[in-house]
Design a protein around this ligand. Structure first.
Ligand code: BGP
Length: 499
């Protein structure tokens, strides 16, 4: 019996800001990620800056950081000071290794690979008149290489980086001016990659703007009003992009992308259940707008209470309604557990910097970064989405970070195999028993790369090991881990063989 469709998209996911490197090559402009330093799970990443009087420094504007602003008058810049190391400049050096990486992924059996395009490689400042041909040619080479092996690229147009100049000059997505710049960039990609790319995502984890306004939206001075502006402007840009694609490139499928994990109340106390529902609803605001074309009432009420005004102009709501996405894609790594009885519970972390009310779930294991592995999370997630949106779904990120031990040219990562087995099984149950229309499964970080939250390379997700350390020392050579062979077998059997 085949549970997954015969054209199910199996593969892996990457993002330019963590993987691509070549930040100074091929005419690319710097992005907001290129001025983020490395950190670790004990040291926060920082954004480096300069003031008009020449003073320089760095501030932790990243995930989970209570800091919301650069100092008065400071703008984010790259600093030539050896105390700062910027991991995105090298990433995993995909810029030079792409042929090798795509070949290895093809040999693993992938028929899909997710990349992001670095906007500032196409438009170095974001608002340039004409695109950078060298940047376009690089991605054309990458996608052509994929096609050679029958790999369908999935392209995220914005994954945690914006042209740095747009943060410096416009406070990022706070400004409505970015909407048309983005649409120009997106439609340039559609035109240039016509025939090579069929699937696009408009914004990675669009809902995380509230937790990380700089990382997701280039907002360097954040408050509740300009975060709401940023979200609305991204919704509008996404909708205009979808409308443009449907008009001129009807074969394209444009998806939205949400960061999501099921949320549980720790105890049967109804107050815990309400807390969990409210937490989950915060996330679903973003998919409601992008899949249904409207904000849910609870969000409108929250804005009203807080005196926040959605910066909509005449005609915008019609665009948002018309430009809903073709499918919903998401990242799910595990689940979150919340309680009002925090004093009785053990503290937890949860993904991407953690959240205040999160606690450890006594039924789940966590990795060294506190991310809980929940074997049921994909089935629960898929049912939640399908019940609410009745649309095609695609898991485009799922994986586990580990401080792998490299020995004798490989890594024996049975913990990663256990994680994948449980998650793929749970997803298979959703398809087989619940009838969920699922387009594909992409394992996050199939090739080792820089972690987004921490900026370190020691937190590895890959099935392919990359010989680079936290400061970029190493040969860059690729090696196959045990999980590579396991996933290959799984894909060959279309998800039947999970032994
Ligand atoms: C998601 C991001 C990815 C990736 C992943 C793992 O939120 O879309 O870019 O980084 O999380 O997170 P981390 O790298 O912080 O472990």
């Amino acid at each position: 019996m085949t549970r997954f469709s015969k054209d199910f998209l199996w593969g892996g996911a990457t993002a330019a800001n963590q993987y691509e490197g070549g930040a100074r090559e091929g005419g690319a402009g710097l992005s907001t990620a290129d001025v983020m330093t490395n950190g670790s799970h004990t040291v926060r990443r920082q954004v480096t800056w300069q003031k008009p009087d020449g003073t320089t420094g760095s501030t932790p504007l990243c995930f989970g950081s209570p800091e919301r602003h650069l100092p008065e008058g400071a703008i984010p810049v790259e600093l030539n000071d050896e105390k700062y190391y910027y991991p995105s400049h090298l990433g995993s050096d995909f810029y030079h290794w792409y042929k090798e990486d795509i070949r290895l992924c093809a040999e693993e059996g992938f028929n899909c690979l997710r990349f992001s395009v670095k906007w500032s490689r196409i438009f170095p400042n974001g608002d340039d008149e004409t695109p950078n041909q060298e940047g376009i040619d690089f991605y054309k080479d990458v996608f052509t290489e994929c096609k050679k092996y029958g790999i369908e690229p999935l392209v995220t147009l914005e994954h945690y980086e914006n042209p740095l100049a747009l943060a410096q000059r416009y406070n990022g997505w706070d400004s409505r001016e970015l909407v048309d710049m983005y649409v120009k960039y997106a439609t340039t990609c559609f035109k240039e990659f016509d025939g090579l790319v069929k699937y696009y995502l408009t914004f990675n984890e669009i809902n995380l703007i509230e937790a990380a306004p700089y990382v997701t939206a280039g907002i360097i001075h954040a408050d509740p009003q300009n975060i709401a502006n940023g979200a609305f402007h991204q919704f509008l840009a996404s909708a205009k992009t979808v409308i443009a694609a449907h008009k001129d490139y009807p074969e394209l499928k444009i998806g939205m992308m949400l960061a999501y994990g099921p949320t549980y109340g720790l105890t049967p106390d109804p107050a815990d259940q309400l807390l969990a529902q409210q937490w989950q609803n915060k996330t679903l605001v973003y998919s409601d707008v992008q899949m249904l074309g409207r904000y849910p009432n609870y969000k409108l009420k929250e804005y009203e209470r807080e005196g926040i005004v959605i910066p909509a102009q005449e005609g915008d709501w019609e665009i948002i309604k018309e430009g809903t996405c073709d499918f919903l894609s998401f990242s799910t790594y595990g689940s979150h557990t919340l309680t009002v009885h925090g004093e009785e519970a053990e503290g937890g972390a949860g993904g991407n910097g953690g959240a205040m009310q999160m606690v450890r779930n006594p039924y789940l294991k966590t990795n060294a970064w506190g991310w809980a592995t929940d074997p049921q999370c994909l089935r629960i997630t898929l049912n939640t989405f399908y019940d609410r949106y009745h649309c095609d779904l695609w898991c485009v990120e799922n994986g586990i970070g580990w401080n792998d031990k490299f020995e004798d040219g490989t890594v024996h990562d049975d913990y990663r195999i256990d994680y994948m087995r449980a998650n793929i099984q749970s997803m298979r149950d959703a398809v087989e028993f619940d009838g969920i229309p699922l387009m594909g499964y992409l394992y996050w970080g199939c090739v080792d790369m820089v972690s987004n939250g921490e900026g370190e390379r020691a937190k590895r997700y890959g099935q392919i090991y990359v010989d680079l350390d936290d400061l970029g020392n190493g040969t860059g050579k690729r090696y196959l881990k045990d999980s590579y062979h396991w996933y290959k077998k799984c894909i060959q059997s279309n998800g039947e063989d999970l032994d």
